[in-house]
Design a protein around this ligand. Structure first.
Ligand code: 2P0
Length: 330
């Protein structure tokens, strides 16, 4: 199955219709996975091997404006500066838009503004593709449900399927070959005491894009065989912890899940490590603080920076130990 088949299924009679408006804008929050998505059962449709669960980062995310152009070529603007459509991200955006157009027409001005700390390992493709899909829905007047938008955004980037809601969101892996059962939905109401802090250890670019890294892991890592089982266990524990608002249970399951994901990468060949010495040092500092009684845990994505999980009441103490910690309002 190809992306276009799925789009045709979802849009029905609106498939390849002309836009209904001159311009449209939409915002999508970015999200951090507490139980990670790592590995695909279908690389064309971005269908995951396992389900995953994330938390959205409040008003941190991407706002995308689409405007019809009379010129022949698309114009892409990222955070106010032109971005060549030949760059990795630019190419992905234009190729995605082409799925909804005939011979790249109508051409569009695509303005994407992200208010997330740049290069800090916050999922920019997640909020980028989710806001793009939400803006397309408005521009073309499709009137799709959030569930259908979640499926469409997944075709652009897997983690984007989780970026249509605030609070906790679960992405169901699904079992169908067409992926119509692989969408996200809100899991539960927010947890006002919960905090996420961003501990940046490096702004360096990733050694390998996560798309390639997860594929290599799936193909070469012996440890990856145990990943689906690990996720099953962690997902259950994380849901229970959210329901009971139990930070220790949530932190333990999320930290274990992140470390297990990175362990599958270390056992891939060639090996993949997103950690830097400062990442490992920060982990040890967190473990030490925890054994001294401070309730703090971490999660790590496809980059060297850590996201700390803790409660509001400990903000002051944590800021003392991590003075540059950026605390994100959820
Ligand atoms: C996640 N990550 O669940 C995991 C944890 C990174 C580590 O989803 O190929 O950019 O576009 O589907 O969504 C990053 O992968 O990959 C990611 P594609 P995506 O947040």
């Amino acid at each position: 199955m190809h992306k276009k088949d799925i789009i045709q299924l979802l849009l029905g009679k609106y498939y390849l219709h002309a836009p209904q408006h001159e311009q449209a804008t939409a915002f999508a929050p970015t999200n951090i996975a507490l139980c990670k998505y790592w590995g695909k059962r279908d690389t064309e449709l971005n269908l995951p091997v396992t389900s995953s669960l994330s938390i959205s980062l409040g008003n941190k995310g991407a706002s995308t404006t689409l405007r019809l152009l009379s010129e022949a070529e698309d114009v892409l603007i990222l955070n106010g500066s032109p971005l060549e459509t030949t760059t990795r991200f630019g190419k992905r955006v234009v190729e995605f838009l082409d799925l909804f157009r005939i011979q790249q027409q109508p051409s569009l001005r695509i303005d994407i503004n992200m208010n997330i700390p740049l290069a800090a390992g916050l999922a920019s493709s997640a909020c980028g593709f989710a806001s793009l899909v939400a803006a397309l829905n408005k521009l073309y007047g499709w009137g799709l449900s959030l569930q259908d938008l979640s499926i469409l955004a997944r075709l652009g980037s897997g983690s984007a399927s989780r970026s249509f809601w605030s609070g906790f969101v679960e992405w169901h892996a699904g079992i169908q070959a067409d992926g119509m059962d692989s969408y996200s939905e809100p899991f539960s109401a927010a947890w006002p005491e919960l905090c996420i802090g961003l501990h940046v250890v490096s702004h360096e670019a990733k050694p390998i894009p996560s798309r390639e890294a997860m594929q290599r892991t799936r193909e070469t890592s012996v440890l990856y065989r145990s990943w689906p089982e690990q996720v099953q266990r962690d997902l259950l524990a994380i849901k229970q912890a959210i329901n009971q608002q139990d930070i220790s249970a949530l932190g333990a399951a999320a930290e274990t899940n992140a470390l297990a994901m990175h362990a599958t990468m270390l056992s891939a060949w060639p090996p993949i490590s997103y950690s830097l010495p400062a990442t490992t040092a920060a982990m040890h500092a967190i473990w030490q603080l925890r054994s001294a009684g401070l309730v703090v845990y971490f999660t790590q994505d496809a980059g060297p920076n850590l996201k700390l999980l803790f409660l509001k009441k400990d903000i002051e103490l944590l800021s003392k130990h991590f003075p540059s910690l950026e605390i994100i309002a959820l």
